[in-house]
Design a protein around this ligand. Structure first.
Ligand SMILES: [Zn+2]
Length: 87
């Protein structure tokens, strides 16, 4: 994707932790593919701050309409786990 289109979409969605990797304009919807930028998170078991990713979950979240079409952000959400609960 050319940088200008990416910058435009990033300005549109206004979520600093997300970086846009692509988009698809369909007849009924606009899909925006994004990557989550965060590198640390909270352990799902104990709440500790961790850098270990436990698993990815595919998410599709509705965002504000673009050019009158419903707009969805497509991304993988991270689930975090600390070393204590890793295995
Ligand atoms: Zn933990």
């Amino acid at each position: 994707m050319e940088p200008s289109a990416r910058e435009f979409i990033e300005a549109l969605i206004q979520i600093p932790e997300l970086s846009v990797t692509g988009y698809q304009i369909q007849s009924q919807a606009v899909l925006i593919f994004v990557e989550v930028q965060v590198r640390v998170g909270q352990c799902g078991q104990c709440g500790a701050i961790t850098r270990e990713i436990h698993q990815y979950i595919d998410r599709k979240v509705r965002h504000l309409p673009v050019v009158g079409k419903p707009c969805y952000l497509i991304f993988q959400e991270y689930q975090w786990i600390c070393r204590k609960f890793r295995f």
